[in-house]
Design a protein around this ligand. Structure first.
Ligand SMILES: [Mn+2]
Length: 317
């Protein structure tokens, strides 16, 4: 695999920028930051993602008008830039288009990268935007306030507002530099963390009531069902914050939130505040992530998933 340099990207190439399915703040922030840079440098590029859910309103301060609907994409791109995605299957509907492009440039901070012709990957980085920031600096690419906002978004969301164990000195140094470039910290944090809809808050109350703590492995567990969204007239994309309340009990070292999907399968979010590596647990379901935060999908029922999680926890303690 070759080293990736942004400014070496051929000027005439048709470029697709994307990231993992249902992009989070890091996948969106890194993709949009590069889109802004390539636009300034007069490259021919589009940015698109597979949204199976609606794009959450919390990211409306980002330049999301630049995102092209996946239905409007062309049949072929010379180069695909892939952000925050270690596995092509996680690209969703865009996976084939990416794999068919002549070159695949991957910028990421996940472990076990499985694809790409050129890459810049650091699994010790807190966010993909951190890796991208270093590339911009190394190549002396100018970071304006809009680009800084995109980069800071990934840094904030992937560190849980500078609270997860991946928050090191470099994270603060980069955040500080991004503020000096004009990033708007208050706009970002208020939009993502400072406000939720009243209905989503009522749903949170149900999720809190369902929390069970298994003292054997100090696991805090709760779940959300499709009927909960209907009951509270709210949407899955409005409730991304729910895992944060499940991981709150101080009696727990590991948190699990299961979210029922429309097709009846479950998506699991895992968090760890101790030595438990939740990325290992998620990978036993074919999922991925990091030591302190990971996710997976499963078509098993809630009890079956819990048994499996407990087995995985037993293997680690
Ligand atoms: Mn990330």
């Amino acid at each position: 695999m070759n080293k990736l340099k942004i400014l070496d990207t051929p000027k005439k190439a048709k470029i697709l920028i994307t990231g993992h399915l249902n992009p989070d703040g890091d996948a969106l922030g890194s993709g949009l930051a590069l889109k802004l840079v390539l636009d300034k440098l007069k490259y021919n590029s589009v940015i698109s993602y597979d949204f199976s859910n609606q794009l959450s309103e919390e990211f409306s301060y980002l330049p999301i008008h630049k995102i092209t609907k996946k239905e409007k994409l062309e049949d072929h791109y010379d180069i695909s830039y892939v952000f925050d995605c270690g596995d092509p299957n996680r690209l969703g509907a865009l996976s084939e288009l990416v794999l068919q492009s002549n070159e695949i440039y991957v910028v990421d901070h996940h472990m076990d990268l499985t694809f790409g012709t050129n890459s810049e990957v650091d699994s010790s980085a807190a966010s993909t935007t951190q890796v991208l920031f270093r590339m911009f600096k190394n190549e002396k690419i100018e970071i304006d306030s809009e680009i800084a906002n995109c980069l800071l978004t990934g840094l904030i969301t992937d560190t849980g507002r500078f609270q997860y164990s991946n928050t090191n000195e470099e994270v603060f140094e980069i955040a500080s530099e991004l503020l000096s470039f004009g990033a708007n910290l208050v706009e970002i944090t208020e939009s993502i963390y400072g406000s939720v809809s009243y209905n989503a808050l009522k749903l949170q109350a149900d999720v809190i009531n369902r929390i069970r703590i298994d003292n054997k492995y100090n696991l805090s567990y709760s779940y959300v069902l499709q009927e909960d969204y209907r009951k509270h007239n709210t949407f899955p994309e409005e409730t991304d914050f729910l895992i944060d309340v499940v991981r709150l009990p101080k009696e727990a070292n590991v948190a699990l939130l299961l979210k029922e999907q429309e097709d009846g399968t479950y998506k699991g979010s895992l968090r760890s505040r101790g030595n438990i590596d939740v990325q290992l647990i998620a990978s036993s379901f074919g999922g991925g992530g990091h030591k302190a935060a990971a996710g997976f999908s499963s078509n098993e029922n809630r009890d079956e998933i819990l048994v499996k999680i407990n087995n995985e926890l037993r293997a680690q303690v």
